[in-house]
Ligand binder design. Structure first.
Ligand SMILES: *Cc1c(COP(=O)(O)O)cnc(C)c1O
Length: 338
């Protein structure tokens, strides 16, 4: 273990985001985001035995996913000098879109590095929002290498997808919106990959109401955070094809924020399989006319599959995004809707 990692585990070298930083984030990002709706899902409530299920629709957020909250909090919080240098990121999609959107709207130069495997429809969306797109490398790791190279050679400011206090605090604003409207909820269900979304929501929700239960929902095919929690340090997992492609990827070799926050604030974890994701996506479409991507259907899947005990509780799954390849989406719907 490096010296840096040791000190992060001791918790003294890195300032953890707290509820105060989430309230600051809410004010900072106000003009860049929508307060997204909470809608009733009596059908999912019936299936799971929950007293009530309300869906938090971040799939209707600007750019089609919640990631714009964290990106806006990070970028709008930069000094004038840093803004002038421009920002850079690498991303499988939604984070890249968010960085492109926020930079485009604030007149800040942005570069987004992607691997050759990122689907073409995602690459185009990022470009449309204003960022310069660099497609290079056969894997995420190679795209990341190119990103480090450009960051140094051009002197740009990195905006990482999850392991940053400003990103975590930005995603935490979702908890403020949910609990302001529904302080009586018993449980929140949150999709989990790198953990910015879950860490922010869990920290904020538990700081407001220590009795609320926060559940992380991972995919069976790539549960990097769960393996890392088990090992007590960041570990990499093999990446396999999944409908929930926004949940792929590791938690970073030197994770400083999301792993410790999730260890501290999250009550329970569940793992969802591919057939369960498909079923939940089709269900969101038939019951609510909602187009959701695989990653954002996992909360519904956790309830439908009975993997989380929701009996008699008031539960809110966070529906995190809607970026789905239209052809892949139609295939799922055709398979499940007769
Ligand atoms: C990024 C993303 C997630 C996971 O967020 P993390 O902060 O990486 O855990 C979930 N759903 C969607 C749609 C995303 O884009």
């Amino acid at each position: 273990m490096s010296q840096k990692e040791k000190s992060s585990q001791a918790g003294d070298a890195y300032r953890m985001p707290d509820l105060h930083s989430v309230f600051e984030a809410r004010t900072r990002i106000e003009k860049m985001i929508w307060e997204t709706p909470l809608i009733d899902s009596p059908a999912v409530a019936r299936e799971s035995g929950a007293a009530e299920v309300v869906l938090k629709l971040e799939s209707l957020q600007n750019t089609g996913a919640f990631k714009v909250r964290g990106a806006a909090n990070k970028i709008l919080g930069l000094s004038d000098e840093d803004r002038a240098r421009g920002v850079i990121t690498f991303s499988t999609g939604n984070h890249g879109k968010a960085v492109s959107f926020v930079s485009g709207h604030s007149g800040i130069k942005a570069v987004v590095c992607l691997s050759e495997h990122v689907p073409a429809y995602r690459v185009e969306k990022i470009r449309e929002l204003g960022a310069e797109v660099e497609v290079k490398g056969h894997s995420q790791d190679e795209a990341e290498e190119h990103y480090y190279h450009l960051m140094e050679s051009r002197g740009m400011i990195p905006v990482v997808p999850f392991d940053d206090p400003a990103i975590v605090a930005g995603q935490g604003t979702i908890a403020l919106e949910i609990l302001q409207r529904r302080p009586d909820l018993d449980m929140l269900l949150v999709p989990l990959s790198g953990g910015g979304l879950l860490a922010g929501i869990a920290m904020a929700a538990k700081s407001i109401n220590p009795k609320i239960s926060v559940v992380g929902v991972s995919i069976d095919r790539s549960p990097a955070m769960l393996e890392s929690i088990k090992a007590g340090r960041p570990v990499a997992v093999e990446e396999k094809d999944t409908l929930a492609d926004s949940l792929l990827g590791g938690i970073g070799k030197e994770n400083h924020y999301t792993l410790p926050l999730i260890q501290k604030y999250v009550d329970e974890h569940v793992r969802i399989t591919e057939p369960e994701i498909e079923k939940a996506m089709a269900y969101a479409f038939t019951q609510h006319s909602l187009v959701v991507e695989g990653a954002s259907a996992v909360g519904i899947a956790a309830l439908q599959s009975g993997k989380v005990n929701a009996g008699g509780k008031k539960v809110a799954p966070v529906i995190s995004g809607s970026s789905v390849d239209p052809a892949a989406f139609l295939k799922v719907v055709q398979k499940h809707v007769k």
